[in-house]
Write a protein that binds this ligand. Structure first.
Ligand code: ADE
Length: 371
């Protein structure tokens, strides 16, 4: 008993000592990205409460990512049988594919709480230390955009992930002492759109690294049907497929489109979403048959009209479209690359012949040269 009280007092004291010391470091921590921390509003900060209300809570209601689900089911069962927390997991892939959702499913399947934060919110050392010290045994800490973690926060995480300890320094220079403070065993789930930007020491500390894939039209149609049921929206099978086809392989977009199309169905039609209602509504919303929106088409047109189809650097594209480079890289490009409309070359981005054709244009190789 005395032992626990002593450790408790020690942790409390260290926490406050470190808080004091840490405030010196605050001056050195990276400044916030003031330019545009929100990226494209619809893609990152998009209606979180709506998203939470329709999030699946178990593997059966989580559609898609079949391979990942099968692997996770085994990993979870093994961890439960061992009576130990799960290994740390890293999920990467374009936004909107369900990284946070799958983390929530894991937590509920393990019967533990999940604490959700994102790297830009862990700017000062005290932010990450505070969270780590407040975790209870077995809990999951989810860090979104983990590639944006600063160096100091990363270094605090290393011993926490590896040995479930915090290395805390008290005192100044010559009298400085390092204390190893134990913290409860926890599982870190990191999510990133840019696995390549993670430092290798951080990447190496994850026991499982998994890429989330774009969804097929069939999978997205199931997501749309499920969401429609929860929201009591009437939709036919063909209506669900029509929305799925224009959702860029992304459930977050499918769920956003179903709400918009449902508005049209109620105001302009008889309230039921069928194929015609879905297609006509999405045409009005300027979402084309491949799911490209006005920004995507503006990006392709810019490269074709101003740079002869490319190559052109992403900074130039972002400046010309008055968008943030991260919006172009994280939101627009992944699907344009996957659809084969855009190509990434060492000298910049190029529109592919398929990209030209999608816009109703002839690719340079198909144009007749009269001279
Ligand atoms: N909503 C968002 N992502 C989903 C998924 N993978 N399965 C079911 N509903 C979802």
């Amino acid at each position: 008993m005395l032992h626990y009280v002593t450790i408790g007092v020690l942790i409390f004291t260290c926490y406050h000592c470190v808080m004091a010391i840490i405030s010196d470091d605050d001056k050195n921590s990276k400044p916030r990205n003031i330019k545009n921390p929100n990226i494209k509003a619809e893609s990152i900060e998009y209606d979180k409460s709506f998203e939470n209300s329709i999030r699946p809570k178990d593997f059966d209601s989580y559609i898609g990512q079949g391979e990942l689900k099968e692997t996770l089911k085994i990993t979870l069962e093994a961890a439960k049988k061992r009576g130990k927390p799960l290994d740390h997991l890293l999920f990467y892939g374009p936004p909107g594919l369900g990284k946070t959702t799958i983390a929530g499913v894991i937590a509920s399947q393990m019967g533990v709480e999940i604490r959700i934060t994102s790297a830009p919110a862990l700017e000062r050392p005290r932010d990450i230390i505070g969270i780590l010290m407040s975790l209870k045994g077995g809990e999951i800490l989810f860090i979104d955009e983990i590639h944006r973690l600063n160096k100091v926060a990363e270094e605090i995480l290393y011993p926490a992930m590896e040995d479930f300890t915090l290395d805390m320094t008290t005192g100044k220079s010559q009298t400085a002492k390092t204390l190893r403070v134990p913290i409860p065993k926890f599982t870190l789930i990191g999510a990133t759109t840019k696995a390549g930007e993670l430092s290798s020491p951080l990447r190496d500390r994850f026991g499982m690294i998994h890429r989330l894939e774009f969804y097929t039209v069939e999978e997205l149609a199931k997501v749309v049907t499920r969401t429609a049921k929860i929201l009591e929206i009437r939709i036919t099978e063909e209506g669900a497929k029509a929305i799925a086809r224009r959702s860029r392989g992304t459930p977050r977009i499918a769920n956003r489109l179903i709400k918009r199309v449902s508005d049209f169905a109620i105001v302009k039609y008889d309230g039921i979403i069928d194929e015609r209602v879905a297609n006509e509504s999405l045409d009005i919303l300027k979402i084309d048959t491949f799911g490209l929106d006005t920004t995507d088409r503006a990006l392709l047109n810019l490269i074709i009209d101003k740079y002869d189809g490319g190559p052109v650097g992403v900074e130039t594209i972002a400046a010309a479209l008055s968008e943030d480079v991260r919006t172009i890289e994280d939101v627009c490009e992944p699907y344009l690359l996957q659809a084969g409309f855009l190509q990434r070359t060492p000298r910049g981005r190029k529109v592919s012949p398929e990209g030209y054709r999608h816009l109703g244009l002839k690719a340079p190789s198909e144009q007749i040269n009269l001279f």
